[in-house]
Structure formats: C-alpha cells, structure tokens
Design a protein around this ligand. Structure first.
Ligand code: MG
Length: 234
C-alpha cells in the first residue's frame, strides 16, 4: 500500500470544520491526495464522523454523542468553528464520507474512534460497512485493538494500521496479531526500532518537521495545515 505524503487531519485539517464533508472538499481543492477522519457510533449505531465523545467543541449541541440518535445529531450545526462560510454543515455519516472520497479520488485513513465501552460494537459496524461500501483506497486504524480486531473480522481484505502515541515494546506482536501493514504514531515518539515497516506520524504542522521525518524514512504525515504544501508536493 502506498501512502500519499501529506494527509489532511480530520478532513481538511484546521482549514475547515473537522470531520465534515466541507473539510474533505477543501482538502481535495488544495491538492491533497489523502485525508484522515474519525468514526464513532450514534446511540442507534450509525457510524458518523466525530472525534470527541461530547458535542460541545465541534457542534451547537451538548452532551454525549453516544446518547443521541442519528436523527437528532443530524439536526446539529457542525460548522460553528469556522465562521459564516461553514454554518449549517451537518455531521456526515461514514457512508457519505466514503462516497465523497471515492468521487474526489481521495485516499482515506478511517480511524475507528469508539466511545467509551463500545469498542467491539463500533469496530464491527465500521468493518461491515467498509466491507460493503468502500471501493476506494486507504487504511483503517484505531487506538483500540478491540475495535480493530472486530473490524478486521468483518473486512479481512482491508489494510490495517496500529495507531499509538509512543511505540510500545511489543509493537511487532501487536501488529502481527492485527495482520497490520503499518504503524501510525506521534511525531515526537522515539522510532529508531521501526525502520522496516511503513510509518505515518501525527500531527505535523511545520514543513521543516515534516522534512526531518521524511528524511528518517517516514512515509506520510498527518497535518492540520495541508495548505503549507503545493499540490505537486503532496
Ligand atoms: Mg483521528
């Protein structure tokens, strides 16, 4: 699996409301070939693009994401963070995001982001949906091994990445258990031990930091600032 070098973090990075279709469109307009987004379940089990377990930071709603049904979440404004141009942006479903990525030719990193206690359920739902609907290119990751294992059972043909902050001593065993093809980790983690596997680092918002990582053999970086690169560099 080949990575795009520059992957827009949470859709369009910091340039659009995170985890929205507007963010994916903006990333494509900038010339990004790759995007990353987070997937969580509504109360009634619909996989949606969402990072936080609560609604306050990114929407005009309040309370736990996992406590609200999709129909209620869909009425919220997910564009409040970026001024009038994005007002009225809705929380997208995973299905909508996959369709848009396919239409725009975007490679996607689907990060499974289970709310507390719903790891296996979220992994299974996302895995089934990906198996049925995903015709594009990309990779699936999660901090939750439980979620990844459940997703892989439903969609064994996909590419999997172990997502960590620091690189654990048993990363090889964990990756093997997962059938994983890559390692995603925090950009400042000590990484001398992992030169022989595709790697991607988050979150890198300076060009010089990215260049150091590429020079060290990192395949890709996740960034909030895809506008720092020209389309030809991505
Ligand atoms: Mg993420």
């Amino acid at each position: 699996m080949r990575y795009p070098r520059i992957i827009a973090h949470r859709g369009g990075g910091a340039l659009a409301p995170e985890n929205t279709l507007a963010g994916l469109r903006l990333a494509a307009r900038l010339g990004c070939r790759g995007v990353e987004f987070d997937v969580m379940l509504s109360a009634d089990g619909v996989p949606i693009l969402m990072h936080d377990e609560t609604l306050e930071r990114t929407t005009d709603g309040s309370g736990a994401v996992a406590a609200q049904r999709f129909a209620a979440l869909r009425t919220l404004d997910a564009g409040i963070s970026h001024g009038a141009a994005f007002r009225g942006e809705r929380i997208p479903t995973l299905e909508e995001a996959l369709a848009l990525c396919a239409a725009l030719g975007l490679w996607a990193n689907v990060e499974i982001k289970p709310s507390t206690g719903r790891d296996a359920e979220t992994g299974a739902v996302v895995g089934h949906l990906l198996a049925q609907q995903w015709r594009g290119n990309g990779i699936v990751s999660s901090f939750s091994m439980t979620a990844l294992t459940a997703a892989r059972q439903a969609a064994p043909h996909l590419a999997w990445a172990l997502l960590v902050e620091d690189i654990p001593p048993d990363w090889r065993e964990r990756l093997a258990a997962l059938g994983g093809a890559a390692l995603h980790y925090r950009a400042d983690a000590a990484a001398a031990v992992v030169a022989d596997i595709p790697r991607a680092c988050y979150t890198v918002n300076r060009r010089d930091d990215a260049e150091k990582l590429f020079a060290a053999g990192v395949a890709a970086i996740f960034t909030d600032r895809p506008d720092l690169w020209l389309a030809a560099e991505m």
